[in-house]
Design a binder for this molecule. Structure first.
Ligand SMILES: Nc1ncnc2c1ncn2[C@@H]1O[C@H](COP(=O)(O)OP(=O)(O)OP(=O)(O)O)[C@@H](O)[C@H]1O
Ligand SMILES: [Mg+2]
Length: 226
């Protein structure tokens, strides 16, 4: 772990316009995460966990306040810069997987490299398929997979380009205990190997307690738990 913050959230607020008026989800939130740290984000349903992850992952911008990630201040980035940065530096594991349903398992996993104009290195696809125990489903179309299989593909896709940061929104939420444990172990091994920063949303105390730090969202604020 280094002493360099990879993520700095400064005075961030996020509001949404809705049919019944403006709602505030996050208010004046500030925290920093160091490179190589493993951090859990916990909080009740609807508290703003996925919203926060979207802001960290440059999928959305704060209403006020600033996000600086890997030395880049998002206020100074164009949409194009953000898309490039996301593709290079960030691995996402979404709550709803977001696989491309007409693509095969292999095509989904190699998508971040394809988008970046790179081909998948020899053996890398097989290695990661083995790690997520999906070698026998490599050519299956992703819409035919079970929830747990989709989750494992989503995890492989988030790791294939060795991003600096992995953002995982309940990556084991839809898995049975044994598969969930295997997937978590895989994720933790991958981040340890590459000194990847991991930010993981979870409802599972056991998972939260295995991270270096735990942040809790409540009353629109983000608080570090001791
Ligand atoms: N684009 C949007 N427009 C309006 N409201 C939104 C939007 N995105 C999120 N919200 C609202 O913000 C609140 C926080 O949503 P978010 O998805 O961040 O919750 P969460 O903590 O991830 O919940 P869960 O544990 O159920 O996944 C919810 O009330 C949600 O309806
Ligand atoms: Mg969510």
């Amino acid at each position: 772990m280094s002493t360099e913050p990879i993520l700095n959230i400064h005075n961030v607020s996020k509001r949404f316009e809705t049919a019944s008026g403006e709602i505030t989800i996050l208010e004046n939130v500030s925290f920093a995460i160091m490179s190589g740290e493993k951090v859990a984000i916990i909080g009740p349903s609807g508290s703003g966990k996925s919203t926060l992850l979207s802001l960290i992952g440059l999928l959305d911008t704060p209403t006020t306040g600033n996000v600086t990630i890997a030395g880049r201040n998002i206020d100074l980035m164009t949409e194009k810069d953000m898309a490039y940065f996301r593709n290079k530096k960030i691995g996402f594991i979404f709550q709803s997987f977001e696989l491309i349903s007409a693509f095969s398992v292999s095509e989904n996993i190699s998508a971040p490299l394809d988008i970046g104009g790179k081909s998948i290195p020899d053996g890398a696809l097989y290695k990661i398929l083995t790690e997520v125990a999906m070698t026998n489903r490599a050519d299956a179309l992703s819409y035919t997979l079970s929830g747990g299989e989709k989750q494992r593909v989503a995890i492989a896709r988030a790791m294939i380009h060795k991003p600096a940061i992995i953002l995982a929104d309940e990556p084991t939420g839809s898995l049975d205990r044994t598969t969930g444990e295997r997937v978590l172990k895989l994720l933790l091994e991958a981040v340890a190997e590459h000194n990847t920063t991991l930010i993981i949303i979870t409802h599972d105390e056991n998972i939260a307690n295995r991270m270096d730090r735990v942040f809790e969202i409540k009353n629109k604020g983000v608080y570090e738990r001791n």
